[in-house]
Design a protein around this ligand. Structure first.
Ligand SMILES: Cc1cc2nc3c(=O)[nH]c(=O)nc-3n(C[C@H](O)[C@H](O)[C@H](O)COP(=O)(O)OP(=O)(O)OC[C@H]3O[C@@H](n4cnc5c(N)ncnc54)[C@H](O)[C@@H]3O)c2cc1C
Length: 421
């Protein structure tokens, strides 16, 4: 719980993971669900769960960073590179055990305590009770194709760079609809990098990885290249002066092999204030000039600050997800989103230094009122991801939960002892 004066419960010692390769029968349901599954305790984290799944040649919806608690991640929705294929973490929960504020221990699933089952999958961590046990669906492990891409111009940014960046970004809806890709990238601010032996200096540009799980025979390294390379060639010819570097596809034997290489084994968090905006196809492809202006507004040019980070983690799997029990409380904006953008701002960490605190306030204000605001203006009818959001997100009820908010409040009020914030 991150609210001031709140009760904190240490769940890290509530451990244990069971992998079930036979169908799962939710408690008191007259039928089984035909899927492998993982059942785990409240304190289980991303690394242990991914490892356990991989030992059975299975894979799970997983975010980055090894020490993220799965229940905190899933409670806010839980995005990951397999989202465009299988949906969000909250879309793949089969059952939970919860201790309510009045001390009752409830098992929630599609056959009993359905309101709580709905609310706990997307309504936000710590809001309705303590989840002590969770069962999630798992999927057969398949190889993962990857392609890395970098392009940019020397700093300061030229109009060429911004036009090329917007043209590239506007292709994401087609990557999502036509190819079911996932990926992570950053439109970086002023960064010092070495492009080649004779090109070193301050550059601004895009750097990212695109991912394609081999869930069907047509998902090959060639199909991944066919998705990305034509637009890369197009921006190269339309915007001379860009440097572009593409490392064509590498294949990892499984999602886990890629994930552990990219995230582990012991990466921790970083001191970063973040803000989020979910962008739909209309925001990305509807008006190229508006997109370019939003990208310019959302990207700091200050050396050392984070740029516009693009988590390409939505798509068909999220849009068409069929959460058990007929639905869940994940922000409906996710069902229209193509990308989840985050902005970050950092400050010199020195709690007792007045100048550091002033700088932190300056950066927080820039984040809220300039960087994230540029994306809110671009996509006013979308929303933000509660787990990676601006703490000052305006109209947060609508931004984080949209039309689900009223029902979530009702369910929360029905639990004695809970406090509405
Ligand atoms: C480096 C980094 C990378 C990230 N990458 C991703 C990513 O790829 N995808 C993504 O979706 N998110 C990502 N996140 C965001 C992440 O989902 C959130 O930080 C999330 O809140 C982490 O949950 P936690 O349980 O580890 O944290 P905590 O702060 O401990 O918990 C978050 C909230 O959930 C509540 N909670 C935790 N456990 C329980 C429980 N058992 N029962 C009830 N409530 C509980 C807590 O009280 C708190 O309110 C990332 C975060 C970091 C720092």
């Amino acid at each position: 719980m991150t609210a001031p004066n709140a009760l904190t419960i240490w769940v890290h010692n509530i451990l244990g993971i069971t992998v079930q390769t036979t169908p799962f029968t939710p408690t008191n349901c007259p039928y089984s669900i035909s899927t492998p599954s993982l059942t785990f305790g409240a304190g289980e984290e991303m690394a242990a769960l991914n490892l356990a799944a991989s030992q059975y040649n299975l894979t799970i919806i997983s975010g980055g960073q090894t020490s993220i608690g799965y229940n905190g991640y899933m409670s806010g929705a839980g995005h990951g590179a397999l989202g465009p294929t299988y949906g969000m973490a909250a879309d793949n929960v089969l059952e939970m055990e919860v201790v309510t504020p009045s001390g009752e221990i409830l098992t929630v699933n599609e056959c009993q305590n359905q309101d709580l089952f709905w609310a706990l999958r997307g309504g936000g961590g710590s809001t309705f009770g303590v989840i002590t046990r969770t069962t999630i669906a798992a999927f057969p492990s398949v190889p993962l194709h990857t392609l890395t891409l970098q392009f940019g111009t020397p700093f300061p940014y030229s109009d060429t760079y911004w036009s090329a960046a917007a043209a590239f970004f506007s292709s994401y809806p087609s990557f999502a609809s036509n190819y079911h890709l996932a990926g992570y990238g950053t439109f970086s601010p002023n960064t010092s990098i070495s492009i080649s032996a004779n090109q070193t200096g301050n550059f601004g540009g895009f750097a990212g990885v695109f991912l394609l799980p081999a869930v069907s025979p047509s998902n090959t390294t060639t199909s991944l290249e066919q998705a990305i390379l034509p637009i890369v060639e197009e921006i190269q010819s339309s915007y001379p002066g860009l440097f572009i570097s593409t490392n064509t596809s590498a294949t990892y034997p499984s999602f886990y092999d890629w994930w552990i290489t990219s995230n582990g084994p012991d990466w921790g968090g970083i001191d970063l204030m973040v803000g989020s905006r979910l962008l739909d196809a209309e925001a990305l492809s509807g008006n190229l000039t508006a997109l370019k202006e939003a990208m310019m507004g959302a990207t700091t040019t200050t050396m050392g600050q984070a740029g516009l980070m693009v988590d390409f983690v939505s798509g068909v799997g999220v849009w068409d997800a069929k959460p058990r029990g007929g639905g869940n409380s994940v922000n409906p904006a996710w069902r229209r989103a193509v990308v989840h953008c985050t902005n970050g701002a950092t400050w010199p960490y020195a709690p007792s230094s007045p100048s550091a605190l002033t700088e932190r306030t300056t950066q927080q204000n820039l984040l809220t009122n300039t960087y994230v605001q540029a994306l809110r203006t671009l996509a006013p009818n979308m929303g933000a991801y509660v787990n990676e959001a601006d703490v000052n997100e305006p109209d947060f009820q609508k931004a984080f939960w949209g039309t689900n908010y009223e029902r979530l409040v009702e369910i929360k009020r029905s639990f004695e002892g809970s406090v509405i914030v």
